[in-house]
Design a protein around this ligand. Sequence first.
Ligand code: SF4
Length: 379
Amino acid sequence: MTTGGIYIHVPFCRSKCHYCSFYSVVSSDKLVELYFDNLVKEMNIAAKKFPLQASTLYFGGGTPSLLSSDQINRIIDVANDCFGLKKDAEITVEANPETVSLSNAQHWQQAGVNRVSIGVQATGQRLLNILGRRHSAQQADEAVNRVLQAGIKNINVDLMYGLPAQQPEDWEQTLQFCLDWPVTHISAYPLQVEENTRMKEMIDAGLVTINDDSIIEMMLMTPKILEKKGFRHYEISNFSQEGYICQHNLVYWQLVPYLGLGPAAASYYAGIRWSNDVDLDMWSKNIMDQRANIDYDSQKNEIRMAEFCFLSLRLLQNGISKAEFKNKFGLAVDSIYHQQLQELSMAGWIVDKGDRICLTEIAIPWANQIFMMFLPENE
Ligand code: SF4
């Protein structure tokens, strides 16, 4: 049977952070109940249509930690019944600091959760206010300690840089603050200013500004600071201690199948990508009709080859394996992307390491533009 990942989208938040464009609504008991019943239904339908044994289960959102411990417990049980969770499956819950109590964390641990990803984002109160976060640095500290106390040792913290009015010194302070915690994984993403967000409005109104030059400085200083503390920069925005690479994210980067359940969740199975209806009501009505919203048919060879290349390049030490490419597509990677590879090599943005072609550290700020070079022109 196919092995892969299960992603559960929990579409509830207490309020909307200023930068966030993910689908979420303010939770109420009635909505959570409706969501929960339909999620169980969807899991059962999906398991029949798209058989898969789960090596990872990821509760993302939204704010999964707003679900009750019983609900999380029950979803894990249903996932196990439907997708036969592997014995060593990585089971992650995303949590916002202000929602982590010791009793929550203990219940998650008892239910089988073995990884918690905490949305810290920043540690200075001024920046937390600009982001519209509901927690303080002290609450983040308490959350990490409660999760540890509950016996869950595998902890990620999510951080953001390139924030309005953030200087490289502020970013260094944030990193140092988090390095005092015995966390196993750090994700550090630059702020993306999305349409229809409060952040975009604030920037457009001139209330806050972002300095593009300092974003690159912060991006390049991050690995230097984290590597000194034993973190390996294994993916463009991700750093882990030895043995703690996020297995669920590897599913995405290594083109392993995954099923996304819940509103707005995306799936990839048998070479097809699709996403669920974004709206909670629409999703509830259309549960029977999965795959209705096919994003694009990645079975087209030119798209599969491009995806393989740019997702592989994200994994900095792995890169593109020439042998794997040949094995998958029957052609040499250099024969398909000769011009791109030559240009990138001359710019010093990739390096040839025998079987592997890897992105260099100096190329990381331009990774998205580099990835576009692999896509067919009409995509
Ligand atoms: S808690 Fe997360 S999902 Fe919810 S609004 Fe904030 S950033 Fe978005």
